[in-house]
Design a protein around this ligand. Structure first.
Ligand code: SF4
Ligand code: SF4
Ligand code: SF4
Length: 338
């Protein structure tokens, strides 16, 4: 026996590279449900969150908690901004980030309606209700050097979902809609999924004994129960500005590209999409975003990669190493008998 027998093509054949890829991720950004074995699955659905028209009302956060019966996180402001939840967690499946950003007056590509304008910074109609901040006088002298960025974050329902790949119990599964859901009655609370998520989304619920689902991995279900009866997810339903748009992924992607173009034409050159690219490290997200600054500003990783992406390659290398050891053992054994 030689290592030739377990050469890389042999390993490919033995383990099936496409089979491994399928086990640890989908190659079709629109077909993860089909890859997961759903026949006649409906079109993949998801969210396009347009942060440029988020007003930070937190209706989405509240609607999510109410619909899912999730516990609150306390009502004290954190001291860093107008925020009491801070981040996504086992109890907070939508989190609206409030980012107070200092920008020297006059350097922005555009100024949003409701903010003081000047010839150098003509107003840009973003589509949200006109607002002005306390203390703004409406003239150039009253202009402050701050702007607000608000963004409602959520599970990305990745095409290549590492949380799902590592779950040993099958509690995490791919639905017929292409979304990723954790089943409370199957999760054993091992927490393997928590470090596997490249976005830091899924987490075990913290709380006192007796708190619903305490200790279990929890995250957005993309309202699987509502989807099954043809309803819109609660957060998207509650959003008053349509910052959270729900629909089929193909349509949302087209809408998002149009929106970026509109903003660029209006002078908001910072507008960019995040997470929609099927060539990205998680194979494209089921929930993607229009941002007005770098992802890091919103607390999002700039270049997330599915933590299980290398597993097929690692299994191949492990197989090759095992084959090498086996071949060496056989050779040594045969040599001693001569
Ligand atoms: S964002 Fe994290 S928790 Fe959500 S599907 Fe992707 S890997 Fe899983
Ligand atoms: S889709 Fe449902 S579970 Fe997910 S954040 Fe929105 S309301 Fe919460
Ligand atoms: S409901 Fe809509 S506008 Fe209000 S915070 Fe959420 S995403 Fe922003």
């Amino acid at each position: 026996m030689s290592t030739q027998a377990f050469g890389s093509s042999g390993i490919d054949q033995a383990f099936g590279s496409s089979g491994l890829d399928q086990a640890f991720g989908s190659s079709d950004p629109n077909g993860p449900a089909r890859d997961a074995g759903w026949e006649d699955s409906p079109p993949r659905v998801g969210f396009f969150t347009d942060t440029s028209i988020c007003i930070g009302c937190k209706a989405c956060e509240v609607a999510c908690k109410e619909w899912n019966g999730n516990p609150d996180d306390g009502f004290d402001l954190l001291g860093s901004s107008f925020d009491n939840t801070g981040q996504l967690s086992g109890s907070t499946w939508r989190h609206v980030a409030f980012i107070e950003q200092r920008r020297p007056a006059g350097t922005a590509a555009g100024v949003f309606l409701g903010m003081p304008e000047s010839p150098a910074r003509p107003p840009v109609e973003l589509g949200m209700p006109s607002l002005s901040r306390p203390g703004d006088s409406g003239d150039t002298d009253g202009r402050t050097e701050f702007r607000w960025l608000m963004s409602s974050d959520v599970c990305k329902h990745c095409t290549n979902a590492a949380c799902l790949d590592v779950c040993p119990t099958g509690a995490l599964f791919r639905t017929e809609f292409g979304t990723v859901v954790v089943q409370d009655d199957i999760c054993n609370g091992c927490g393997y999924c928590v470090p596997a998520c490249p976005y830091g989304v899924i987490d075990r619920r913290i709380g006192e004994q007796g708190t619903k689902n305490v200790g279990l991995a929890q995250k957005c279900t993309l309202c699987y129960d509502r989807l099954k009866v043809g309803q819109t997810p609660a957060c998207a339903q509650a959003c008053p500005t349509q910052s959270i748009q729900f629909g089929t992924l193909d349509e949302l992607r087209e809408r998002a590209v149009d929106r970026v173009q509109t903003l660029h034409d209006a002078g908001v050159s910072e507008a960019r999409l995040y997470g929609e690219d099927p060539a990205g490290g998680t194979g494209g997200s089921g929930a993607f975003f229009l941002l007005l600054d770098e992802p890091e500003v919103y607390g999002l990783p700039p270049d997330p990669v599915a933590t299980t992406a290398d597993l097929p390659r690692m299994w191949k290398h492990a197989g090759l190493a095992a084959a090498g050891f086996l071949a060496a053992a056989v050779t040594a054994f045969a040599g001693r008998r001569r």
